[in-house]
Design a protein around this ligand. Structure first.
Ligand SMILES: *[C@@H]1O[C@H](CO)[C@@H](O)[C@H](O)[C@H]1NC(C)=O
Ligand SMILES: *[C@@H]1O[C@H](CO)[C@@H](O)[C@H](O)[C@H]1NC(C)=O
Length: 525
């Protein structure tokens, strides 16, 4: 057999046989906390190399999450090549036979990732068996990604890996991508592809801005009319089955799914399927056929919200729900005589922010009673709504976001930064550099204030984005944010990043995520 393999090799090469599905260089992205590569190379044989559970691991073959990841990463490394090992004969050297994956703590394989998940891991690549050790399954997922990024191919097609040692954990534990499925509906397939891209970049939060003014694709069990009337069409909905599919696909990649149901503004689509939820607007004292934000003065509003969020809290396993609270337009509230009367009764004067706070306060009590924590956009904090101390404030208004981070953390709240990472704003050239150069902790404050910044989100709002352009617009631009949030603060060299990102982008393309080019050049396929 070996002889046959050797004889075949030149013939195949001479015939210009397609080579490679892996890179020509190890290209790590995001760069680990600590990595030492030695000049010693090992060879991997695609037909026999295995990823298996270590004998000491607390997880075994019944851990579906890891079994699925082992399969996935074998395929990412070798493509779908099953046995022909002839290419690897071009390199004569020691062979790496196995990767042993060991989970050291009692880890639940059926669990969902959470804000306290441990993503740290240690990877030692040595002959004949490499070792990946992680406290939890989440760290093993990150380590498998890194392992797959270390493998590359020589010009003759042999699969190689440098002997190496990687010790890694994220700098920030909240690393999000925002998708918007209201401005345009995104097919489930597109969402799953986004989750793949997130795993390749070690993102761990999908911020699902699921509904907004334009459409209401979430199919509620309690209030089916919301999507019946509020979705673009009966086909543009997420059924409960669709949602379960997204949740499980994300879980298998260590990704939390945080849904956002933004109120009291951004709610036009809610009003179509739920009478009396929105505020009727008036023009010169006469009611017109236009509606404003959620009506904050009716008891029925809060009865509806209680039932709705009770459902949402059961459907989404995540401990946090995003409640929105941004950009409330007061014009309609101002025009409505019933609201004016209510403002008078409550002693709010002309301060409509007080009315907004009144609403959000009641909503927060409702959501807290379901035992969920919540994330809100920064206006809710700016308008001095009373918040639980573990509230997460998402800072989105630029360019003075560092001042806002300073204020939010001085008040003792957790902050997530999105302002400098609005990827829906596009421009000519390599704008990834702009995203890359951001330093989230660059504001004046104490060490304990800085500890309250738990991470950031790259936001791809959907006005100009649907399934046709989401992936190339998101990747590799969001990759810059991914490295900023995972790697040490001093990983800032743009030239080095450019080299790695160029290769990383090709790798994403080879793995089925159509990321746009970084600049001129070509990918080894
Ligand atoms: C990996 O090994 C090759 C072959 O010895 C060497 O040329 C290369 O510099 C090594 N990579 C690193 C980052 O040390
Ligand atoms: C709304 O609820 C409050 C408190 O439960 C109650 O006092 C009030 O009468 C209710 N209003 C209406 C219109 O039912």
């Amino acid at each position: 057999m070996a002889l046959q393999g050797l004889l075949l090799l030149p013939v195949l090469l001479g015939a210009g046989a397609p080579l490679a599905s892996a890179a020509r260089q190890p290209a790590l992205w995001p760069l680990p906390m600590s990595v030492q590569l030695s000049p010693n190379l090992l060879r991997l044989a695609p037909g026999s190399f295995e990823i298996i559970h270590g004998p000491q691991s607390s997880a075994g073959p019944d851990c579906f999450l890891l079994q699925d990841a082992f399969r996935r990463y074998r395929e990412y490394v070798f493509g779908y090549l099953k046995s022909p090992d002839q290419y690897s004969k071009s390199f004569v050297g020691a062979e790496l036979q196995q990767l042993l994956v060991t989970i050291t703590s009692d880890s639940e394989c059926d669990a969902y990732p959470s804000s306290t998940s441990d993503e740290s891991y240690k990877l030692i690549v040595q002959e004949p068996v490499a070792v990946l050790e992680a406290r939890e399954i989440w760290g093993a997922l990150r380590g498998l990604e890194t392992f797959s990024q270390l493998v590359y191919r020589d010009p003759y097609g042999a699969y190689l890996i440098n002997k190496s040692e990687v010790i890694d954990y994220p700098r920030f534990h909240f690393r999000g991508i925002l998708i918007d499925t209201s401005r345009h509906y995104l097919p489930v397939k597109t969402i799953l592809q986004t989750l793949d891209g997130m795993a390749f970049n070690k993102f761990n939060v999908l911020h699902w801005h699921i509904v907004d003014d334009q459409s209401f694709p979430y199919q509620s069990i309690t209030f089916p009319e919301l999507s019946n009337k509020g979705a673009y069409s009966p086909a543009h909905v997420y059924t409960q089955t669709d949602i379960k599919l997204v949740l499980e696909y994300a879980r298998l990649r260590g990704i939390r799914v945080i849904p956002e149901f933004d109120t009291p503004g951004h709610t036009d689509s809610w009003g179509k399927g739920q009478n009396d939820l929105l505020t009727p607007c008036y023009k010169r004292g006469i009611k017109i056929d236009v509606f404003g934000p959620v009506n904050p003065i009716l008891n029925t509003t809060y009865e509806f919200m209680s039932k709705f969020f009770k459902e949402v809290s059961k459907i989404f396993p995540e401990n946090y729900i995003h409640l929105g609270g941004d950009e409330v337009d007061f014009t309609c509230w101002k025009s409505n005589p019933d609201i004016t009367e209510f403002m008078k009764q409550q002693g709010f004067g002309q301060d409509y922010e007080k009315l907004e706070s009144y609403y959000i306060q009641k909503l927060i009590d409702i959501v807290s009673s379901t035992n969920k924590g919540y994330i809100v956009w920064q206006e809710v904090f700016d308008n001095e709504v009373k918040l639980k101390q573990d509230t997460i404030i998402e800072v989105w208004i630029g360019p003075s976001y560092n001042l806002e981070l300073q204020k939010v953390t001085a008040a003792g709240y957790h902050a997530v930064l999105a302002a400098p990472w609005y990827l829906d704003y596009i421009s000519y050239g390599q704008d990834w550099k702009k995203y890359y150069k951001v330093e989230p902790l660059d504001f004046s404050g104490t060490e304990s204030q800085k500890d309250l910044v738990i991470g950031g989100t790259a936001a791809l709002w959907g006005e100009f984005v649907d399934a046709t352009n989401l992936s190339p617009r998101l990747w590799p631009r969001a990759s810059a944010v991914g490295e900023r949030l995972w790697s040490p603060a001093n990983v800032r060299d743009l030239n080095d990043a450019y080299e790695r990102l160029t290769e990383h982008r090709c790798r994403m393309v080879r793995r089925g995520v159509p990321a746009q080019p970084v600049f001129t050049g070509h990918c080894e396929m």
